[in-house]
Design a protein around this ligand. Structure first.
Ligand code: MLT
Length: 264
């Protein structure tokens, strides 16, 4: 079922009475990146996914976004749906939003799942790359920005063996409004570093990382997981940055096992 909440497109699957899991997607993707997880988990959980403002079916408007405004959006969805301490699951940019949401609202969620993401903010090289991306989009080369960016997100094996699915993700990403995409780049470049808060996270946390992830590599994610009290770290062998799409069985198994072990 689709709902519009505060202009955002929100998608619900599962029983209203079940424990809710909120899925926050990465950049420049949309809620459909969680399709395999929702299909598996909606038997036991109320799966809530949504398109982050500016991407997918959610409006870009003026593209003036920050991670803070994305956290406000997340909070509004939890409030409007009256979700009681949902599980929060974010990938990459969705992880930046989730880490900041947990820092701002430590009592709002019962559990955290971080896929292919990091707590550190952009360094100077990263900031310059974002600036170059905005310049490229402004010069009318939106698709030329999307194509290599998305390619870099996937592991080589997936692109070779699942090319049709990979192309579908690229083509969907190209359908985004360039204003929304630039807004997300500005939000990510201006995000705070959430590393200091990691040791204060006091809810069960699962950290999932693709062994071939070039954007949030295993050593970076392992060091983040080590700072979160009692976090579980799962490495998905052979996968790039897009673990939920590249290896759904491994990701679904890790999430299901983690949730059952923690009695959710
Ligand atoms: C993402 O997957 O959300 C992005 O690659 C994150 C980023 O560019 O930092």
């Amino acid at each position: 079922m689709k709902k519009i909440i505060n202009d955002l497109s929100v998608f619900l699957s599962g029983e209203n009475e079940s424990k809710a899991i909120m899925f926050v997607h990465g950049f420049p993707f949309d809620h459909l990146m969680w399709t395999a997880q929702v299909k598996e988990l909606d038997k036991e959980y109320l799966c809530v996914s949504y398109d982050v403002r500016g991407l997918g079916e959610s409006p870009a408007v003026n593209g003036q976004f920050t991670i803070e405004s994305f956290v406000d959006d997340l909070e509004t969805i939890v409030y409007e749906l009256k979700l009681d301490k949902p599980i929060l699951c974010g990938l990459s940019m969705g992880g930046y939003i989730s880490l900041r949401a947990i820092e701002r609202m430590p009592d709002k969620f019962c559990s955290l799942i971080l896929c292919d993401t990091k707590s550190v903010a952009d360094d100077n090289e990263g900031r310059l790359k974002r600036a170059a991306a905005i310049k490229q989009i402004n010069s009318g080369e939106f698709e030329a920005f999307i194509e290599p960016f998305v390619l870099n997100c996937f592991g080589e094996k997936f692109v070779k063996e699942n090319n049709a699915e990979y192309r579908r993700v690229v083509d969907r990403s190209k359908k985004n409004n360039p204003i929304g995409v630039k807004g997300c780049l500005l939000a990510m470049v201006s995000r705070t570093d959430t590393t200091e808060n990691l040791s204060k996270i006091n809810i069960p946390t699962l950290v999932i990382c693709g062994s071939e992830d070039k954007l949030s590599p295993p050593d970076v994610m392992k060091s983040m997981a080590d700072k979160i009290p009692n976090a579980n770290f799962v490495l998905v062998e052979g996968s790039g940055h897009m673990t939920p799409i590249e290896n759904p069985p491994a990701v679904n198994k890790a999430i299901s096992y983690f949730l059952i072990k923690n009695n959710f």
